[in-house]
Design a protein around this ligand. Structure first.
Ligand code: F6P
Length: 514
């Protein structure tokens, strides 16, 4: 990687990268921007950073074909073979599928979001051993790539900034330890974009697996979380699973000492770059969607939700709450439309396919039950159209964000920033964003369908002046930590390890000598 910039070289690692490929009918590959909150947050930073290299996995056959055409898997952010900025790893498909689908998405995601139907799942039998082994191989592939991309090892005591590696999310929880073992001279941070499970739930993982995940994260110099609640749950797990003889947890300073190394734990809430988002939402494709959505809904009030079709997003209970609203408060019939955009996600997993079908079934039932000749109470779209989502934000009177559990939830932050008239936010207390937005949102228990219906009623009836005031305040809170600041904070947390005032902490000395 290139060296010598003022900021020093930075490596980023995440499962999904900033670019993905599609194979057209003509057999040609075309590149497009990677999807998801993590990718868009990080992309908005790396687009302006010349000295960052992003290591990611090839997710599909098209990605693998692109990697094979690119020397060393090097690509530009726009997908140019041999470009700089991206290193895409061609992990064997069977290993990747087991690591991504079976472990990351069906196990760790379910644990941290507490999604198991426990009488039946999880079931850690013979197949899991192989899946776990693949998860290790997948993490090792990242650690080895990062070790290589970090360039020549830096001798202890050498002046200048060390290479810093920012490893993202639950897919890569083992990689920090593996990288620290390979390259003790690299400063390593791990960031969790999900919640962290409380010990009683986390302990569903086989004991050795639970320990290995914690050990993996504790290989990092810094472990970041989106809110204090998830950081506390991580510290609770360190205490409960690794035990007082294994890990020493200093709550006041948020440090964990384990295996002779100290990991700092930090809270870095991720927000929105309001100027960039507003500029995007003013573009012609959004204007066009705005016109067609306005035509379809007339002068009715809009309750908007925008999600991946994701179990943790609680879309079915959200629809049930809308149905209850129309039953319990019939005065809203014909005066409101629920716009629900639920984009396809993780369709390799049967639970997600079944969930999507349930969402579609319930939406149909609501339309049939309440719809009239000139009123369709519900618009459900399950295809991905970013410009249409931005248009919906602009028109929203009420934004419904009711996840069972969510690391942050950027929809709750984006909506108030973009809404033309100001929107009332109905927000789950189980979203990480609640820590920053609860003062101006209508807070709900996501399992309480009747409570959610009541909150929708209050939100729809909120006086204009109050709605606009609250929405402005939500927009301020949602844009307080744009991705660039979030990113810089994590680098700063690593840099603090090199500051002289850290020297009086004997527990840090082994790291400072690296
Ligand atoms: O941690 C959550 C997250 O990584 C989000 O950033 C992103 O929206 C989502 O998961 C994407 O999941 P996947 O890559 O499996 O589609």
């Amino acid at each position: 990687m290139s060296e010598g910039s003022a900021d020093g070289p930075v490596l980023i690692a995440s499962n999904r990268g900033p670019v993905s490929f599609r194979l057209g009918d003509d057999g040609r590959l075309s590149a497009r921007r990677g999807a998801g909150g993590l990718v868009s947050g990080l992309s908005s930073v790396t687009d302006h950073t010349s000295d960052a290299l992003w290591v990611c996995a090839a997710l599909s056959d098209a990605d693998r074909a692109a990697v094979r055409e690119a020397p060393g898997g090097r690509l530009g952010h726009d997908g140019t073979p041999g470009g700089s900025g991206v290193h895409m790893l061609d992990i064997p498909p069977a290993v990747f599928q087991r690591a991504y689908n079976a472990v990351a998405n069906s196990t760790l995601w379910f644990v941290h979001h507490m999604l198991y139907d426990t009488p039946n799942q999880p079931h850690f039998g013979i197949a899991f051993a192989r899946e776990w082994d693949s998860f290790r191989s997948y993490n090792r592939a990242f650690a080895e790539a990062l070790a290589q991309d970090a360039g020549p090892a830096r001798p202890p005591g050498q002046a200048g900034r060390p290479v810093r590696a920012l490893i993202q999310d639950y897919h890569l929880t083992l990689a920090p330890r593996m990288l620290a073992d390979l390259r003790p001279d690299v400063r390593v941070a791990h960031f969790s974009h999900t919640p962290w499970a409380p010990p009683a739930y986390y302990r569903m993982l086989p004991d050795a697996v639970g320990k290995e995940v914690l050990d993996g994260v504790l290989g990092a110099d810094h472990a970041g979380f989106l809110c204090q609640r998830w950081a506390d749950a991580f510290l609770d797990c360190c205490e409960a699973v690794l035990g007082p003889d294994g890990a020493q947890v200093d709550r006041a300073r948020q440090l964990v000492s384990y295996r002779g190394h100290v990991t700092g734990v930090g809270v870095h809430p991720l927000g929105v770059d309001a100027a960039e988002l507003s500029a995007r939402a003013a573009e012609p494709d959004v204007q066009a969607r705005l016109a067609s959505l306005a035509e379809a809904t007339g002068d009715r009030k809009l309750i908007v939700r925008i999600d991946r079709t994701e179990l943790s997003k609680n879309i079915v209970r959200g629809l049930a709450a809308y149905r209850e609203l129309l039953v319990a408060y019939p005065q809203w019939r014909e005066r409101v439309v629920h716009v629900a955009f639920a984009y396809p996600s993780r369709h390799d997993l049967p639970e997600y396919r079944e969930y999507t079908a349930r969402v579609q079934r319930l939406a149909r039932e609501i339309s049939e039950e309440f719809g009239t000749a000139d009123w369709d109470p519900l618009i459900l779209q399950v295809d991905d159209d970013y410009a249409r989502s931005l248009a919906a934000y602009r028109l929203a009177d009420v934004l419904l964000v009711n996840p069972i559990r969510d690391g942050m939830n950027l929809v709750a932050k984006e909506g108030p920033i973009l809404s033309d008239r100001g929107c009332a936010l109905v927000l789950s207390r189980e979203a990480g964003a609640a820590a920053e937005l609860s003062a101006d949102a209508l807070m709900i228990n996501p399992f309480d369908v009747s409570g959610t219906a009541q909150a929708l009623h209050e939100a729809l009836g909120m006086p204009d002046a109050e709605r606009e005031r609250r929405s402005r305040s939500l927009a301020r809170a949602g844009s307080a930590v744009p991705p660039a600041t979030w990113f810089a904070d994590q680098l700063a947390a690593l840099d603090r390890l090199d500051r002289p005032d850290e020297l009086d902490r004997p527990d840090r000395l082994d790291r400072l000598d690296r």
